[in-house]
Write a protein that binds this ligand. Structure first.
Ligand SMILES: Nc1ncnc2c1ncn2[C@@H]1O[C@H](COP(=O)(O)OP(=O)(O)OP(=O)(O)O)[C@@H](O)[C@H]1O
Ligand SMILES: [Mg+2]
Length: 261
């Protein structure tokens, strides 16, 4: 017989959004969103254009003021904490558009990501060495100008730069945007590897089916709200999600389909 093992208290999610509302100026965009991001899991946020996906993760990363509701990190209320404090807590953010500094070398771009590590050169050097193991393609190109790399390589660099501080959680906004199919696969495989290594990954994506195939959990957003939530596999199999969000359907169709019920 099994000895009685007391159930481990379930840890709070690394990041949680509770009834989050925010927007731009006085225009509301995110209208009461609840999301929970469990440690070590890859969570995808998908949905129509303008649904508020980027806005939600900007608020999660501390780059946009929250109007109401709460952002919690491992149970602590960080709703009013700025982005750099969240980074210090191990929550990193990779914005949309693989933003690298094109006139700087790959090494200089990585060093910039290591800025929060302070002036300790050894720590920065050790972080770069760790990332070169994760992203061998960057190791061959340390002295190359970032602007001379392919789009896919620049996206790798943008992700690697965000990992310089060794965060536990990384939030990415459409890492596949504008990449060739080959590089979409390479970037997704890399995300899968990072997730398997224990990193908590939160990823907004337009490539909905592809990301749900590798994400353990997903949220489907539409007009500032969460319409569906479930495991990647369940969302992939859901008839309504499939019909409206997994094809490349135009927004008008998505709107009418969701209005139907
Ligand atoms: N800086 C801004 N100022 C004003 N309005 C904005 C700003 N950024 C986004 N919006 C508006 O907020 C709404 C949601 O935008 P958001 O970028 O969050 O959507 P999204 O789901 O990420 O869409 P996409 O798939 O096109 O990236 C849109 O109506 C957009 O026009
Ligand atoms: Mg967006």
């Amino acid at each position: 017989m099994q000895p009685d093992i007391p159930a481990a208290p379930s840890a709070p999610p690394v990041l949680e959004l509770q009834q989050l509302r925010t927007g731009y100026g006085d225009v509301p965009v995110v209208q009461g969103v609840d999301m929970r991001f469990a440690a070590g899991r890859m969570t995808a946020i998908i949905g129509s254009n303008g649904a508020g996906k980027s806005t939600v993760i900007k608020a999660a990363a501390g780059l946009l003021k929250v109007w109401s509701g709460r952002v919690l990190a491992a149970g602590a209320d960080i709703t009013r904490e700025p982005g750099h404090r969240r980074l210090a807590r191990g929550i990193a953010y990779v914005p949309q558009g693989r933003i690298v500094l094109p006139e700087m070398t790959v090494r200089e771009n990585l060093e910039l990501g290591g800025y929060p590590l302070g002036s300790d050169r050894r720590r920065v050097k050790a972080a770069i060495e760790r990332l070169v193991v994760l992203f061998p393609v960057l190791g061959d190109r340390m002295a190359q100008l970032a602007g001379n790399m392919s789009g896919g390589e620049q996206q790798m660099l943008a992700i690697a730069r965000a990992l310089m501080t060794d965060p536990a959680t990384v939030i990415l906004d459409e890492p596949s945007l504008g990449l060739s199919p080959k590089f979409v696969d390479i970037v997704f495989t890399k995300l899968q590897e990072l997730s398997a290594a224990g990193l908590t990954v939160i990823v907004v994506e337009q490539k909905a089916s592809k990301i749900l195939e590798i994400a353990q959990h997903g949220y489907v957003m539409h007009t500032g709200r969460v319409l569906f939530e479930g495991s990647g596999a369940d969302l992939l199999a859901d008839e309504q999600v499939k019909r409206v969000f997994l094809g490349e359907m135009p927004d008008a169709l998505a709107a009418s389909a969701t209005a139907e019920g």
